[in-house]
Design a protein around this ligand. Structure first.
Ligand code: HEC
Length: 502
């Protein structure tokens, strides 16, 4: 076994940004009813991730309707609006406690299926977002209007008296033939206004359509961030040149930030300013679908508002939140969800500058995200919720080395975190009392595989560390020439840091 460089341990540390099964003792603060926690190690903090069982509801969770939807958290409960317009109340473990908690929104999907005008069925009319403010629920959706055989985008509020959804805004009708993906539809409330994104509905993507350049046409709502004055009800186009903004956030410092799906490549985060033009379809960092040719001229960004950040290749960004009181190390950061990249992105922002972006691999398409106190909830496209809790700063690695410097003899090869496929040696996390040879480590020697029923205790650890080869013949762990005293110190240190994490 060659001497491994210390840097490889450090690398393992960084590369452990993968979700790894978490089998250690239950942590205080984690609900015991949670099915299982996994650990995700970010650069600064450890995260416990719980995945709740799939939502039991034919509508939310049938193969046909899976994906989409949005949620809010109200009175300590999740309120989930499915893509088909039904709204349920769930507990914080993602279990429905009240089906049809709010009146459903009829999107006209049944009638739409019969429309003779549909050329392609890429998408049925969908609900896009739900929010709650000023004692009022608001929802956005596309609705099929059977009478005129057209699709309309609507933003509606729920009238408590009548229990009816009443539109605050209805878009001009769009020909059902052209109705497809790319609808945007996220809302953000700021003093006096409700802002909402409307996608270009792909109108700018198919050259044979009558309404090319929808996003650059200031008289139509598509490809825009729009707003409604909550007092007067007046509608206004706020910014233009958007493609498919699926995330919208009013930040604590009074900014409005939208995430946007670009074409292939070129997804964007934009700080939305009134009357600004964000360039679609004239400019994007993405490429055409039938070639790798970039949209627009190379210097076209000079003519348009430039993104706060662009993702190349694309990640398919959805909703974003601004963290407050989740963990001090992440305070004020943006957390952006994604579909294609199946990740969260932690974005360190200073005013209109992004300082860095950290990708956190979740492994599922994430449709919506909300913070609830010390937890972050995710709605995934496979029809379930996940929650994320901070385990605090990952500083033990240095702490315990200062306290037990003898363990530096081990950290050349071993880590005290979960191992991954790149690990040089099994993890020593909770080694005391652990079965021999049961770590995720891929390269155990044969001797180890034969000893798997034994448990590491004081005696066996001591014997192994003093002379690995005579304890397990053929082991790839080298003899470290530790004195009796040093080996005892190592065992004591391993015992002392038991059950402490990273
Ligand atoms: C040069 C690299 C290296 C160093 C240094 C090293 N080890 Fe190991 N260790 C290994 C490898 C490789 C294995 C896996 C052995 C095998 O598969 O045969 C291992 C296995 C182990 C195991 C068994 C783990 C299990 O999953 O059952 C223990 C315990 C262990 N080492 C403890 C230590 C301690 C304590 C130190 C420091 C005093 C240390 N090692 C230093 C490379 C190293």
């Amino acid at each position: 076994m060659p001497q491994k460089q210390k840097t490889s341990t450090v690398h393992g540390f960084i590369l452990s940004l993968v979700i790894l099964a978490f089998s250690a003792v239950p942590r205080p603060g984690l609900a015991t009813s949670a099915p299982h926690s996994e650990i995700l190690l970010s650069e600064y903090i450890g995260l416990a991730i719980d995945t709740y069982p799939k939502i039991v509801d034919d509508d939310v969770n049938s193969a046909k309707t899976i994906g989409g939807g949005a949620f809010i958290i109200k009175n300590g409960m999740l309120v989930l609006a499915s893509r088909t317009g039904r709204i349920h109340q769930l507990n914080l473990h993602g279990k429905i406690v009240k089906a049809n908690y709010l009146p459903s929104i009829d999107l006209g999907a049944q009638a739409f299926k019969k429309s003779t005008h549909i050329n392609y069925h890429e998408s049925l009319p969908r609900l896009h977002d739900i929010t709650f403010a000023n004692d009022t629920y608001y929802a956005t959706y596309d609705k099929y209007n059977e009478k005129i055989d057209r699709i309309q985008f609507e933003l509606a509020e729920l009238k408590t008296k009548t229990s009816k959804w009443v539109p605050l805004y209805t878009s001009p009708p769009i020909d059902a033939r052209y109705y497809t993906l790319g609808n945007g539809g996220k809302m953000a409330l700021a003093p006096g206004y409700i802002y909402f994104s409307v996608g270009d509905n792909s109108l700018d993507r198919k050259n044979n359509l009558p309404s090319d350049f929808a996003a650059q046409n200031p008289t139509v709502p598509w490809g825009k961030i729009n707003r409604i004055n909550l007092k007067s009800g007046a509608f206004e186009v706020y910014s233009i040149g958007h493609r498919n903004p699926q995330g919208l956030l009013a930040t604590a410092d009074g900014s409005l930030i939208a995430s946007e799906h670009g074409p292939r490549g070129g997804d964007e985060l934009n700080i939305i300013k009134q009357s600004s033009n964000y360039g679609w379809p004239s400019q994007s960092f993405g490429t055409q679908y039938d070639s790798m040719i970039r949209f627009g001229k190379a210097d076209a960004e000079k003519q348009f508002a430039i993104p706060l950040y662009a993702f190349i290749p694309s990640i398919a960004p959805t909703q974003l939140i601004e963290l407050k009181g989740f963990d001090i190390n992440w305070e004020g950061d943006l957390l952006l969800a994604s579909l294609k990249a199946q990740s969260l992105y932690r974005i360190k922002r200073l005013a209109d500058k992004v300082l860095y972006v950290e990708q956190l691999m979740i492994g599922k398409r994430i449709r919506d995200i909300k913070q609830h106190g010390k937890k972050i909830f995710l709605l995934t496209d496979d029809g379930s919720f996940m929650s994320i809790t901070s385990l605090g700063a990952r500083n033990l690695n240095t702490q315990f080395l200062t306290k037990f410097p003898i363990l530096e003899r081990c950290t050349q090869c071993h880590s005290f975190e979960k191992s991954n496929s790149l690990s040089n040696a099994p993890s020593l996390q909770n080694i005391y009392g652990r079965k021999i040879g049961v770590d995720n480590y891929n390269n155990y020697s044969t001797g180890f595989r034969n000893r798997q029923s034994d448990i590491w205790n004081e005696q066996s650890l001591y014997s192994f560390i003093r002379d690995p080869g005579s304890f397990i013949s053929g082991t790839s762990m080298p003899r470290l020439s530790l004195t009796e005293r040093q080996a005892k110190d190592v065992v004591d240190a391993l015992k002392a840091i038991q059950n402490t994490h990273y």
